[in-house]
Design a protein around this ligand. Structure first.
Ligand code: NAD
Ligand code: MG
Length: 382
């Protein structure tokens, strides 16, 4: 029996690479559902190739166009809207859900998939940043496994196979440092969107590329690791590693360190989440350690304020990471539209964290309220 996969965000960087994995292993995996927000032409082309049972376009204004493009595919059901995303993940035949949407919008459908006891392959890190406690609790209650897709977390997960969590001393979370790793504060103040979109080692969607330049992405990943592996922040060390070859590592009680290495290619962690505990063949480049220097540096929290703010939000707990995420989504979009400077992003996030209503023990409704309030505050500050 082939595993039936529902892809939330099939037109994105992770989504299209996931489809490449499925293409290479069509004997094992089948697409049950494809979803996107706006890129209706690409979604229709994917549907023509993979013949899913259903497609969902989140932005309802594209529904008519999608119906038109799939008029020749009478077996494919076509839906639109955010509520349809929440329903499709629960469909009986779905074995696993690849959460590869970007941002807070991924939270609600991921919760539905967990409650429907689906295996979750999680790329959408914002889900764990916003509601890590809730998500991990629900996943336990509903026996829904969460497999990491983020390369660092997949690396840590791979290092932990066969190990006892009680014997973990610390997690070593690597970070490329982004395109501005060596910049002075003065140079950082003048960077443009085009500069920030040039990531030195990874080709990703625009939002995460900006988060990687500001190191907010690494702050998010500290939180993601905290929830995925149940390890406190003081046992998660960030190492700037410009080559992006060591994808992360784990140090154990006997001082031994296990790391996972490879060329930067997201298809490996995507495929590993699909196939765990099996390893499958994957086409592509192989690591050549003869031509590969490996360097490690400490991150500069004074220069990269977003990483410091993420540590602060994690330390404060409650709904503060949700505030941080919402403010970041607002300033990230504003920076991409040249409505906010690069250092201005951290400044506005910090002020939003000071002004938003703090809630120590949030539930789902608190997160919805917090997200809306923090977005409003950050937008006013712009
Ligand atoms: P992307 O922008 O390339 O793709 C995002 C996808 O989500 C698209 O298919 C889009 O249609 C869909 N989408 C966006 N907003 C939506 C909404 N409101 N409702 C429904 N669908 C919506 O992003 P990406 O780089 O593929 O990243 C996706 C997620 O994976 C992010 O959370 C990111 O942090 C995480 N991630 C990405 C990478 C990477 O290499 N790209 C690595 C690690 C983690
Ligand atoms: Mg990552």
């Amino acid at each position: 029996m082939k595993q039936q996969i529902c892809i939330l965000g099939s037109t994105g960087s992770i989504g299209t690479q996931a489809l490449d994995v499925i293409r290479q292993h069509s004997d094992l995996y089948e697409v049950y559902c494809l979803t996107a927000n706006n890129r209706v032409e690409l979604l229709a082309a994917q549907a023509h190739e993979f013949k899913p049972a259903a497609v969902v376009i989140a932005n309802e204004t594209h529904y008519g166009r999608l119906k038109e493009l799939l008029a020749d595919q009478s077996d494919i059901k076509v839906y639109a809207g955010a509520a349809a995303l929440e329903q499709i993940v629960e469909a009986g035949p779905v074995d696993m859900v690849l959460a590869a949407m970007v941002g807070y919008a991924g939270l609600a459908p991921t919760i539905c998939a967990i409650k429907a006891r689906k295996k979750i392959c999680l790329a959408n890190k914002e889900t764990l940043v916003v509601a890590g406690e809730l998500i991990t609790r629900l996943a336990m209650e509903h026996h829904a496994p969460i497999l990491p897709v983020d390369s660092e977390h997949s690396a840590i997960f791979q290092c932990l196979v066969g190990e006892d969590m009680n014997e973990v001393e610390k997690l070593l979370l690597t970070c490329s440092g982004g395109p501005f790793r060596t910049f002075t504060a003065d140079r950082l103040a003048a960077v443009t969107v085009a500069d920030a979109l040039q990531h030195p080692t990874w080709d990703m969607g625009a939002k995460i590329t900006i988060d990687s330049a500001s190191l907010m992405n690494k702050g998010f990943e500290v939180m993601e690791a905290r929830w995925l592996f149940g390890v406190p922040a003081d046992k998660i060390q960030v190492l700037v590693h410009p080559q992006s070859i060591v994808h992360s590592a784990v140090q154990f009680a006997d001082g031994g360190v296990k790391a996972q290495l490879g060329v930067p290619d997201m298809r490996l962690p995507i495929q590993y989440a699909f196939s765990f505990p099996q390893r499958l063949h994957l086409d592509g480049r192989r690591l050549d350690l003869f031509r590969q220097p490996l360097e490690f540096f400490e991150p500069d929290l004074d220069k990269f304020k977003c990483l410091a703010l993420a540590y602060e939000a994690l330390d404060k707990g409650g709904n503060m990471p949700c505030v941080l995420n919402a403010a970041n989504e607002v300033v990230n979009a504003a920076f991409r539209q040249s409505r906010c400077s690069f250092p201005g992003m951290a400044h506005i996030i910090e002020q939003t964290m000071q002004r938003a209503t703090f809630e120590a023990a949030p539930d789902y409704d608190t997160y919805v309220r917090t997200d809306a309030e923090a977005r409003r505050i950050a937008s006013e500050l712009l």
